[in-house]
Design a protein around this ligand. Structure first.
Ligand code: SF4
Ligand SMILES: [Zn+2]
Ligand SMILES: [Zn+2]
Length: 327
């Protein structure tokens, strides 16, 4: 049994310096270790690795959000490994006390990319017996992302449009379906990259707004991040050893994303100084808590055009859409 994992792990991780100690026993039992966790020096067998991931997620989710009984919990699922692992864990942790778990996939309209990943989302939901709902840019805002990219002339990258419209679609659809809280698949690497990127851009506003959402605002479905303490390599390994099939292609527009710079920085720092991602996350959490305490609470009200919550007169999605329609 173990041989199968070793071969797979060698194949998948050989090229990216994943450290696997084939002949070393698990730090918690006598079984052969399948992985080495560099930032804390532990060797773990399959069972203890799974337990290690689940324990941290369960503990952290309780700190992030309180979920009442009989709640509808939404999970944003793209078909990639992180969002699928978030779905599996949310399903395992919260399918109790009358809760209902539902999954959403946003179809941005990226030809040859999103159409493939939707299939993975659909198949995994079917396997788990979870309701799967689709929401598309075309249906909600009138344009696919591919159409937006060919129309826009303001110099903004595709991700600037994609992020705003994706939040808009998810929030609207989640409300329609009576969702109380919404989980997303951001992992520790994403959190560290976003924190650094927002510091560098001087975007303190965004740091305060990064999830989890502890302030409940009318019309805004609060989000939580079950995987925010789990590094990306661990979500990949978790998916592999649990037989979760996922879409592993990258978005064709990601090449233009500023985030790529921070991905390389965080990866380089972590390689040279294991534990850096956790340290960045810890600093970000401390700053976020202080910001939430000292900043005046910005109330939201319905957007004058679409009725979605915003702190301005017109929401960001409507502003971007107006610009697109003009051209
Ligand atoms: S990389 Fe950018 S354009 Fe592609 S899905 Fe992500 S946010 Fe959207
Ligand atoms: Zn073990
Ligand atoms: Zn609006």
């Amino acid at each position: 049994m173990e041989k199968w994992y070793h071969l797979l792990l060698k194949l998948f991780y050989g090229g990216i310096h994943w450290e696997i100690e084939m002949s070393i026993n698990c730090s918690k039992c006598r079984k052969p270790a399948i992985t080495y966790i560099r930032y804390n020096g532990m060797h773990l067998c399959r069972e203890h690795f799974i337990e290690y991931v689940k324990r941290r997620v369960k503990k952290d989710v309780k700190k992030q959000i309180e979920i009442p009984n009989d709640a509808t919990i939404g999970v944003a699922v793209s078909g990639g490994k992180d969002s699928l692992i978030a779905l599996y864990l949310v399903h395992e942790i919260f399918s109790i006390r009358g809760n209902r778990i539902i999954a959403f996939t946003v179809d941005e309209g990226i030809k040859g990319y999103r159409d493939e990943s939707i299939e993975f989302a659909r198949r995994n939901c079917e396997k788990l017996g979870v309701e799967h709902h689709m929401v598309s840019f075309k249906e909600m805002i009138g344009f696919t992302l591919d159409e937006i990219v060919s129309r826009k002339k303001d110099g903004k990258g595709p991700c600037s449009y994609c992020g705003v419209f994706r939040r808009f679609c998810l929030n609207k659809k989640a409300k329609e379906l009576g969702v109380k809280v919404l989980a997303t698949g951001h992992n520790l690497d994403d959190m560290a990259q976003s924190a650094l990127m927002n510091f560098v851009k001087g975007d303190i506003e965004k740091i305060a707004r990064m999830g989890p959402h502890t302030r409940i605002q009318p019309g805004l479905i609060p989000r939580f991040l079950p995987l925010r303490l789990i590094p990306e390599k661990e979500t990949t390994l978790f998916a592999l050893i649990n037989g979760v099939e996922y879409h592993d292609r990258v978005c064709p527009y990601s090449i233009e994303a500023f985030r790529g710079v921070f991905r390389d920085i965080v990866e380089g720092l972590e390689n040279d100084h294991p534990g850096t991602r956790h340290a960045i996350f810890k600093s970000y959490e401390t700053i976020r808590k202080i910001l939430l305490e000292i900043r005046p609470f910005q109330p939201v009200h319905p957007c004058e055009i679409c009725g979605e919550p915003t702190s301005q007169r017109i929401c960001k999605a409507c502003m971007l859409l107006e610009n697109l329609k003009k051209k």
